[in-house]
Design a protein around this ligand. Structure first.
Ligand SMILES: C[S@@+](CC[C@H](N)C(=O)[O-])C[C@H]1O[C@@H](n2cnc3c(N)ncnc32)[C@H](O)[C@@H]1O
Length: 254
């Protein structure tokens, strides 16, 4: 796959992401553009040089590389589906071996000491495991006092319960039930008493970015992935941000 246009991923809202090779991003993406999402997250959570950051569900570690390169953070790039050795190759190629440690782990069995992170971030992954009422308590165990947990995930503008909007029925997948609104996430986290929620909102025009990136990827979809990719584009075009977007949530350990 070769991208020929100068930078099809150039985005005025995400100046840091514009500095990355679009071919590298497209080849390693596992969903909506992870660099735009982590940049949107770092707009509302402070990452400083030397901070110890857990990037949970990092996939191919693009977001971990971003955090190390842009902010000088020490990142534990942790994921289940992607082998640590595959991520190590990408980390080495980015010359960030001293900053990013690849870890293969399941989110409920993390091999870290309690209180060891200054921040935990999660991009397009937390909804796979974090909707469990008890998960936040487990997660905050790994944070220092006063440290932040920050996540961005596909979400809804508001909760729909079991009433799938008529126009989305042809595209609806059962696991969209893990997509929740910012208000849902705020309540889900605050009711534990373990954190104070600092931010719970939807990323501005997130659906447009999701659609734009999906349109760019569409011609590159494999035969097997073509239908899902086509449906995703059609669904986002019909919805026009009425329901779908990205929920962004940041909280401080109490
Ligand atoms: C859609 S991908 C996103 C990857 C990456 N954050 C990105 O934005 O490109 C979701 C990621 O969540 C991770 N994940 C899902 N369930 C997990 C679990 N139980 N423990 C650890 N990681 C998990 C998967 O391994 C996968 O890489």
């Amino acid at each position: 796959m070769t991208i020929t246009r100068s930078n099809p991923l150039h985005h005025p809202r995400y100046p840091r992401s514009n500095g990355y090779d679009p071919q590298w991003v497209i080849e390693n993406q596992m969903g909506p553009n992870p660099l735009w999402l982590i940049e949107a997250l770092t707009d509302v959570v402070e990452i400083r040089p030397g901070m110890r950051v857990l990037d949970l569900g990092c996939g191919t570690a693009l977001t971990s590389i971003f955090l190390a390169k842009e902010f000088g953070a020490q990142v534990w790039a942790t994921d289940l589906w992607i082998e640590a050795s595959a991520n190590l190759e990408r980390i080495r190629a980015a010359d960030l071996e001293d900053f990013v440690v690849p870890i293969h782990a399941e989110a409920h069995v993390l091999p870290f000491a309690g209180g060891c992170f200054d921040a935990i971030v999660s991009v397009d992954a937390y909804h796979y495991f974090g909707t469990d009422d008890l998960y936040l308590g487990y997660m905050t165990h790994f944070l220092k006092e006063g440290a932040q947990l920050a996540m961005v995930a596909p979400g809804l503008a508001s909760e729909i319960g079991s009433k799938i909007p008529e126009e989305l029925i042809p595209f609806w997948a059962w696991d969209f039930c893990s997509f929740h609104s910012p208000a849902w996430w705020r309540d889900h986290w605050e009711k534990t008493g373990k954190v104070h929620v600092d931010v719970a909102d939807s990323i501005e025009d997130g659906w447009k970015d999701w659609l734009g990136f999906s349109e760019i990827k569409l011609p590159l979809a494999t035969d097997r992935g073509k239908k899902a990719a086509t449906d995703e584009v059609a669904m986002l075009r019909i919805d026009k941000g009425k329901h779908f977007g990205f929920s962004r949530v940041v909280a401080t350990k109490s």
